[in-house]
Design a protein around this ligand. Sequence first.
Ligand SMILES: [Zn+2]
Ligand SMILES: [Zn+2]
Length: 335
Amino acid sequence: MVNGLYLEKPGQLTWIDVPVQERLHDDDVKIRVIYGGICGSDIAVYQGKLTHAHYPVIPGHEILGEVVEAGAKAGLKVGQRVVVQPNSYCGTCEQCQAGNANICSGKKSLGINNQGGFSEEFIISSQYVIEVPDALVNERAIFIEPLAVIVHAFKKVSVTKDTAIAIVGCGTEGMLAVALASYYGAKITAVDINDEKLNKAKQHYPNIEICRPEEVSDNQFDVVMEVAGVKSAFEQCIEIVKPGGAIVAIGLPPTAEIPVVTLVRKEITVYGSIIYNVPDDFTKSIDYLLDASFHVEPIISEIISINHFSEAYEKAVSGDYRKIILSFDESISST
Ligand SMILES: [Zn+2]
Ligand SMILES: [Zn+2]
């Protein structure tokens, strides 16, 4: 019996004996889950806002765990800590062939349209598992996957110490963008409607400017990253970017109104950036996290026992927190 979170349909989350793969194939590993990060997409699936989600589903794709059983050809040892690369691809389409599997139309994702990882343990093919170096503590390793999203986004543009960059949205991904831009020594302005989030950002990254959307003036930034996922935020990006500048859209507002005249006259480039390329972006993510001068600890708002999963989801849904992490160390079944 394996207990896990089970989302019967939007809003109906329970902790039950979940249906999981039982037999280990040669290239599979069984993972005991240590931490699970609650991500924006988990919230969207929980709220029924992701049209390609399949229910019922075991949620969760930001998984840190430990190998407890390994198939003969898995190439991993019992006791090895790992994170999961949670997306599968067709492998044969033009995009997959070109190394851009992240934009494969046959992509499937754990916790969305494949069973996810918010359970005590689960079996997965070793091809979706990435080893965590011993030097990386759990509280940094849990960021490997979400940071890979930001690593990928930063590849679209050039960010150096001379770059004026606005990061619009100070949730987890926004703060990871602040962390990476700080690492490059860029001139950072973090924008959010939530003063508490702004103050926290300033407290932990003292070299940045913080401001509310109405305080940002137009034509200020070489690069603007939209990480809020909000229509008005995306629209403002077009105003605040400098002529000749670039916008990287990471957030997912369903629609926005684009003033095409402004876009054309300012010669703005808009990049969409979705998840990451594997393994490159994961490898880079691990490299950053191994460097102690790369600050991510403040991005964890709370580590909450799976016993209190409802509270964890409520906090994540509220939008008032950064990363909420579920700890599976003492799950309900063992208490
Ligand atoms: Zn995620
Ligand atoms: Zn494909």
